[in-house]
Ligand binder design. Structure first.
Ligand code: ATP
Ligand code: MG
Length: 595
């Protein structure tokens, strides 16, 4: 059992340098975020040593090897950033290889989504994508070679029997009664397996290694199984398929991979991969080197394709790209940027020990990027009407607003202002406490970029909710240009009513309510679903410019959060996904407004 420790608290997420020092013992620097400046991580140290020693001619060639049995998730993004990142840093190459040895679970849809996601993250693989299935002929030949060497045999026993005979880590296994078959008989049976003469599951080809090895993976592991199933690329050509363990190391070898980076669970498989290559290849001048690193675990998230597939199949989410999913497609739809995901991968670094990263760190990374690039707009997501009783009935004026204070190039725009406006329900209280700096009877606030208003009265509907707020405005207080600039504590965002566009807003919360939903022995992760992970608001009022947004456009709704236009949007009917909320920057807005 992995010792799971939450190493980054949310507070640390706000200051990622702190969390990194705690988290990754291989970092020895205060500035891990900038990959140029930070100390080498353990993988870089190995690569630099190998380069220095001119191992494999000093080449660096990595690969990202997904199995096309689902969409990629944020954990895969870590592996992608690492594999492509190392190739980039050391002037090498990185392959994309589909490990497609399991025809029953693999689909072309997944192959396509994986290519899209890798490209979207900003990486380009060397040449065309590779497929383990391209090597099926070579692997078959190699299996025959191992039979001829007397180190592979056909076992007629059912799978359960083979499992029983494997023993335990402390008890040696038992040799199969078929272990000492003659080479000729093995060759004949293996050929007939290939020709489809035997039913599924009736025989396997096993490596003949050592049933007493302390490493269970060395106890005569299965190399081939009979499977009469159509493959997404080779159709019905094959009736037998290599096991992942037999295909993986050989695929690395065939592609000239120098550094095979993979997650820790493969550490115990490494001796087997090395054994296969040593049996098959006499010339020892080139060998791929496997290096293991800790997989990414995120709090409040499940990170296995099998679990994510369950969420999709059971309609708990709306597809693989549901914005609540930790898939790359989901994060993209939610409004995450490639830069924010790469920055996150950089921050978490690579470690040798399993750990759990606070999901707050991922949110921190996207907030940081969106703060730089998102235009600020006015949007009222839970509107209530405000009427300025002393503002002319037929007048609309333009208010000039800065698009993005973080980006001087982004300029400004004009937003209409008039007698009837919307503000957030939340920004008005009938009986507010003293420290409430928003609107209430007799209180004054500034409307962002416009005037100071004072609440004179309000009207309730039949259910007792506030329906209309009546205010007066002071024409002398126009932001920036009016002769009076009184010090007012609260500044509200607003949208003019007659020109407002009605929008749908989707607010997302965590999918799971438990910090480690997949970590319970007795309970399934699905028992921890958050029933309120999606909240739909379909009467939001946004400024007129947002009538013509495109899918994927990103904005900061002032004082609310970062939002991204969903593909479900239509002209005059925009739909926005909340990417992440803002930190409360209430005080900051007020200060800027006054200053
Ligand atoms: P899952 O367990 O989520 O189904 P997997 O390991 O079966 O994932 P693969 O398609 O085999 O998925 O993974 C491709 C590569 O991505 C492998 O090298 C694997 O080690 C790496 N990878 C998978 N999950 C993570 C993770 N959470 N963190 C880092 N790397 C990961
Ligand atoms: Mg896998």
């Amino acid at each position: 059992m992995i010792n799971r420790v939450i190493l980054c608290t949310f507070a640390a997420a706000i200051n990622p340098e702190i969390s990194l020092k705690l988290m990754d013992m291989s970092h020895t620097t205060d500035e891990p975020v900038d990959s140029e400046k930070r100390a080498l991580n353990f993988i870089e140290t190995i690569i630099e040593e190998d380069k220095l020693n001119m191992k494999n001619g000093g080449r660096v060639h990595t690969r990202f090897p997904p199995e096309p049995n689902g969409y990629l998730h944020i954990g895969h993004a870590k592996s992608i950033c690492l594999n492509f990142g190392m190739a980039e840093k050391y002037g090498g190459k990185c392959n994309l290889r589909f490990d497609d040895t399991n025809p029953e679970k693999e689909e072309t849809e997944y192959v396509e989504s994986i290519m899209e996601d890798v490209k979207w993250l900003g990486f380009q693989w060397d040449k065309e994508p590779y497929y383990a299935s391209d090597y099926f002929d070579q692997l078959y030949e190699w299996a025959v070679k191992l039979i001829k060497k007397g180190v592979a045999y056909v076992d007629d026993q059912p799978q359960e029997m083979i499992s029983q005979q494997r023993g335990t880590p402390t008890r040696p296994g038992t040799e199969s009664p078929f272990r000492n078959r003659s080479v000729d008989e093995n060759i004949d049976l293996f050929a007939r397996m290939k020709n489809g003469e035997f039913p599924n599951g009736s025989r396997v080809l096993r490596a003949r290694i050592d049933m007493t090895s302390p490493n269970m993976h060395m106890r005569d592991p299965v190399m081939y199984r009979i499977l009469q199933a159509d493959h997404h690329r080779t159709g019905d050509k094959w009736k037998i398929y290599p096991m992942y363990d037999f295909a993986h190391g050989e695929s690395d070898f065939l592609e000239g991979i120098t550094h095979s980076l993979c997650t820790l669970e493969f550490e115990v498989h490494r001796p087997l991969y090395d054994w296969f290559i040593d049996q098959l290849i006499d010339d020892k001048s080139y060998r791929p080197r496997q290096i293991e690193f800790a997989r990414l675990n995120l709090s409040y998230t499940v990170m296995s394709k099998r679990k994510l597939l369950e969420l999709v199949k059971n309609n708990i989410v709306k597809g693989w790209d549901d914005p609540r999913m930790p898939t790359i497609a989901g994060l993209r739809r939610r409004g995450y940027t490639p830069a924010s995901i790469r920055a996150f991968a950089d921050r978490i670094g690579v470690a040798k020990r399993d750990n759990v990263i606070d999901v707050g760190l991922l949110e921190f990374s996207v907030r940081e990027d969106l703060n730089k690039i998102s235009p600020r707009v006015m949007a009222v997501i839970d509107p209530v009407k405000v009427i300025l009783t002393n503002y002319p009935d037929d007048k609309l004026e333009d208010i000039e607003l800065v698009n993005n204070p973080e980006d001087p190039e982004s300029g400004s725009r004009k937003v209409p202002f008039g007698r009837e406006l919307f503000i957030e329900q939340d920004d008005f209280m009938v009986d507010p406490p003293n420290k409430y700096f928003r609107l209430g009877p007799g209180r004054e606030v500034r409307l962002k970029g416009a005037y100071v208003i004072r609440c004179e009265s309000f009207e309730l509907d039949e259910k007792g909710a506030v329906k209309t707020i009546y205010c007066t405005y002071d024409p002398e207080t126009k932001s920036g240009s009016g002769p009076k600039q009184p010090k007012i504590k609260g500044t509200l965002h607003w949208v003019e009513a007659s020109s407002a566009v009605t929008a749908e807003v989707r607010l997302y919360d965590r999918l799971f309510m438990d910090e480690d939903p997949a970590g319970h022995k007795e309970k399934d992760a699905l028992e921890f679903m958050n029933p309120d992970s999606l909240k739909l608001l379909n009467n939001c009022k946004v400024e007129p410019m947002l009538a013509t947004v495109k899918s994927g456009d990103k904005f900061q709704f002032q004082r609310i959060g970062y939002f991204c236009v969903d593909p479900d949007s239509a002209t005059n009917k925009p739909v926005f996904n909340r990417t992440v909320s803002l930190k409360d920057n209430w005080a900051k807005v007020s200060q800027k407004e006054q200053g």
